[in-house]
Design a protein around this ligand. Structure first.
Ligand code: NAD
Length: 291
């Protein structure tokens, strides 16, 4: 079993971006600038945003964190997004999800200019991605592709089974894994909460992407010998032995499944850091497009 180490691969991506950014600065060009909006004080969102801001600093990108109160109105939020859309210095905009219930996620995603949509959630980005046109790929699936590429994992002709069909992970990774270039050219099966015979389908998989948000859902009797397993899940489960009171669990029962795999991602330290690396890649791309 080999570990797909997201810490190592994300560091390699960041090291490359840092050098590319320094080259830009030497040429008198601006550093990429990410603007992030955080609403309320959800613990997990705070952690994700904190890592994104810190990672920007590590590679020499500029970042602006805008904190808005949980009670912010939809109009006020849209006003802020519009300000950032029209701020030439800002290259990428992200609004940390989930949003408070009174705010439409769909409208917020559509309010961000597609040229600054570094999360890759805007319908224009998704449409371009589906058609194989240059696009901002959603960060988590993009991070998975970067990881597969880093380890030279063969994907051509493989059967990939994706568990989950959300707009941010399951659906986009299923499309990206079947595109006509590396990493891709897989035959993809997408499973979801209404899929019967999930176990039988998973047993046929050369590559499994588990993105359902059910801790330790994927067991060893669902995985064939030699499979590549990508665990996207991040769930906080109560754990009194931890100072924080919780531990992070993936969607894969790692201890059981790992011995059967050729490659597997750990949680934490797998897909999570890759998501941030991919976000930085998108931010860099957004900035370069304006040169
Ligand atoms: P979601 O709740 O939007 O979607 C879950 C999907 O799983 C749905 O399509 C549902 O049909 C499917 N599903 C649920 N139960 C199922 C079951 N028993 N069998 C088969 N399919 C089932 O979740 P999401 O936003 O896609 O996130 C999934 C997980 O990935 C969560 O744990 C989330 O925290 C994590 N996540 C991690 C990262 C990262 O950077 N590592 C990024 C995004 C999401």
């Amino acid at each position: 079993m080999n570990l797909l180490d997201g810490k190592i691969v994300s560091q390699a991506v960041k090291d490359r971006l840092k050098i590319q950014n320094e080259e830009r600065l030497i040429q008198g060009k601006k550093a990429p600038h990410l603007a992030a909006i955080l609403i309320g004080n959800n613990g997990a969102s705070e952690t994700y945003i904190g890592s994104k801001v810190k990672s920007c600093a590590e590679v020499g990108f500029k970042s602006t964190l805008i904190r808005l109160d949980e009670s912010v109105t939809e109009n006020e939020l849209h006003f802020k997004i519009n300000e950032l859309n029209n701020d030439f210095d800002v290259d990428g905009i992200l609004v940390q999800l989930p949003l408070p219930k009174h705010i439409s996620e769909e409208k917020v995603i559509e309010a961000i200019f597609p040229t600054k949509d570094v999360d890759g959630f805007h319908p224009e980005s998704v449409g371009r991605m589906v058609q194989g046109l240059p696009a901002f790929y959603p960060a988590t699936p993009y991070g998975i592709l970067l990881m597969l590429g880093h380890y030279n994992i063969e994907t051509k002709g493989k059967h990939a089974v994706v568990i989950g069909r959300s707009n941010i992970v399951g659906r986009p990774i299923s499309i990206m894994l079947n595109k006509n270039e590396y990493p891709g050219n897989c035959t993809v099966t997408v499973c979801h909460s209404h899929t019967p015979n999930l176990k039988e389908i998973c047993l046929q998989a050369d590559i499994i992407v588990a993105a359902l948000g059910r801790p330790e859902f994927l067991k060893s009797d669902m995985v064939k010998e030699g499979a590549v397993v990508i665990d996207v899940g991040i769930t906080r489960v109560p754990d009194s032995s931890k100072k924080s009171g919780f531990s992070i669990k993936g969607d894969v029962d790692f201890d059981q499944v790992a011995p059967k795999c050729s490659y597997i991602t750990p949680v934490p330290g797998g897909v999570g850091p890759m998501t941030i690396a991919a976000l930085l890649m998108n931010t860099f791309k957004a900035c370069v497009a304006k040169d």
